[in-house]
Design a protein around this ligand. Structure first.
Ligand SMILES: *[C@@H]1O[C@H](CO)[C@@H](O)[C@H](O)[C@H]1NC(C)=O
Ligand SMILES: *[C@@H]1O[C@H](CO)[C@@H](O)[C@H](O)[C@H]1NC(C)=O
Ligand SMILES: *[C@@H]1O[C@H](CO)[C@@H](O)[C@H](O)[C@H]1NC(C)=O
Ligand SMILES: *[C@@H]1O[C@H](CO)[C@@H](O)[C@H](O)[C@H]1NC(C)=O
Ligand SMILES: *[C@@H]1O[C@H](CO)[C@@H](O)[C@H](O)[C@H]1NC(C)=O
Ligand SMILES: *[C@@H]1O[C@H](CO)[C@@H](O)[C@H](O)[C@H]1NC(C)=O
Ligand SMILES: *[C@@H]1O[C@H](CO)[C@@H](O)[C@H](O)[C@H]1NC(C)=O
Ligand SMILES: *[C@@H]1O[C@H](CO)[C@@H](O)[C@H](O)[C@H]1NC(C)=O
Length: 315
């Protein structure tokens, strides 16, 4: 239906639904509605796709210019632009929809339900992940480690992410990063990045699959199970695709970048190889918690503001 409508109205700025970060460092920066036989704009959600279709959004053949790199200064905040269409960003000039920027609004002309939220209390969080590889083609799903979370995605066009203070330099002069978001469908936009101003060279630990360990009142779980969390570096969620998922939750219980999966808001400061001396095997009834070598928080809060049902939105 959406495809049909869009075919009839190809020149309207497509402010409808969905979202992506936009930056010249990304794959698919200039991919439009017409580039693929189906709508594969960066803002299009990825559902039940083959690996080639969902991984890197199927945009490996649409690389950025080599010099367009997103800098990640260790210990600082970075600002990204998240929007429903490139026309709503600073990069509108290379969009096909003109300039519809409207301040901090990620989706000008659309009510929040269009970007999968019934309001501020129904936000599900998004993530930035990094792999210490210099070539998009060399990265595998197991390489990405989430290093920063913003639990209030998608609400502001200008969305900030805190870069951990101890991020090591990229060993080949740049890294591959990606933005991930799940509200009720899966989004992924990859970009090239570089860590600057490092004060540590300790590498990021091998990222593990996250676990649903927080309070989950929608599913009658009132208290978190901190011993059930994955601590340290975690992979992003690869969910609801036809191939290579690492998460197997059903349609009605999507994984979210929230405390529910041990993803605390902000910089993920415990992702380094030396962050813990001991990490007990997580499981349902695990009562032992990891031993941190630094003062990073190791407990999981109660699920908090963002634990509302995903059914509030039209998805
Ligand atoms: C995924 O796609 C396959 C074939 O393309 C189809 O048979 C299957 O029903 C789809 N699954 C979901 C959950 O949409
Ligand atoms: C980053 O932003 C947070 C607000 O989210 C603020 O508390 C913090 O001081 C900022 N950090 C730096 C280094 O500016
Ligand atoms: C995107 O398109 C603009 C022109 O509209 C061009 O200047 C730029 O080089 C293109 N970027 C990439 C990565 O192809
Ligand atoms: C998330 O982004 C918003 C908007 O830029 C910002 O105010 C907030 O501080 C960010 N949160 C974190 C944890 O960085
Ligand atoms: C990436 O950052 C490092 C410092 O961590 C710097 O030496 C290197 O030149 C940067 N790479 C590029 C391509 O600018
Ligand atoms: C830390 O690095 C060592 C040596 O490469 C490796 O054996 C170990 O598994 C790493 N630890 C973590 C938590 O990734
Ligand atoms: C523990 O985590 C697993 C994997 O995500 C999940 O299936 C299970 O429901 C969780 N149990 C508790 C008590 O948190
Ligand atoms: C956890 O404890 C509950 C209640 O004692 C028990 O039913 C369940 O089998 C235990 N699960 C595991 C993984 O040990």
């Amino acid at each position: 239906m959406l495809a049909l409508l869009a075919a009839f109205l190809p020149c309207l700025p497509l402010a409808s639904g969905h979202a992506s970060i936009f930056h010249p460092s990304m794959l698919g920066f200039n991919v439009t509605f017409n580039t693929f036989p189906y709508d594969n704009r960066p803002v299009s959600p990825l559902t039940n796709y083959t690996f080639d279709q969902w991984w890197m959004h199927g945009h490996l053949d649409y690389p950025p210019h080599a010099e367009d790199i997103f800098d990640l200064p260790a210990g600082q905040n970075v600002t990204t632009e998240v929007a429903c269409t490139k026309s709503a960003t600073s990069y509108f000039a290379s969009s096909d929809g003109g300039n519809i920027q409207n301040g901090d609004d990620p989706c000008p002309g659309s009510p929040p339900s269009e970007y999968h939220t019934t309001g501020f209390s129904d936000l599900k969080g998004c993530a930035l992940a990094i792999a210490d590889k210099a070539d998009f083609n060399a990265v595998q799903p197991e390489d990405f480690a989430v290093f920063s979370i913003n639990q209030t995605c998608v609400w502001n066009r200008f969305t900030n992410f805190a870069v951990p203070e101890r991020m090591p330099p990229c060993s080949q002069g740049k890294c591959i990063c990606a933005w991930f978001w799940i509200h009720s469908v899966h989004y992924m936009t990859a970009f090239q990045c570089n860590v600057t101003g490092s004060i540590s060279t300790v590498p990021i630990a091998t990222p593990k699959v996250p676990r649903r360990c927080g309070a989950d009142p929608d599913f009658n779980k009132q208290l978190p199970a901190p011993g059930n969390c994955t601590y340290g570096a975690k992979q992003p969620f690869y969910w609801f695709q036809a191939e290579r998922n690492n998460m197997f939750e059903g349609t009605y219980a999507p994984p979210f970048y929230l405390d529910l999966y041990g993803f605390l808001d902000g910089a993920q400061n415990d992702i380094f190889n030396d962050s813990y001396s001991v990490i007990p095997e997580p499981h349902d009834n695990q009562t032992e918690l990891p031993t941190s070598t630094t003062s990073v928080p190791t407990s999981v809060a109660t699920g908090g503001q963002n634990s509302q049902s995903p059914f509030g939105s039209r998805w």
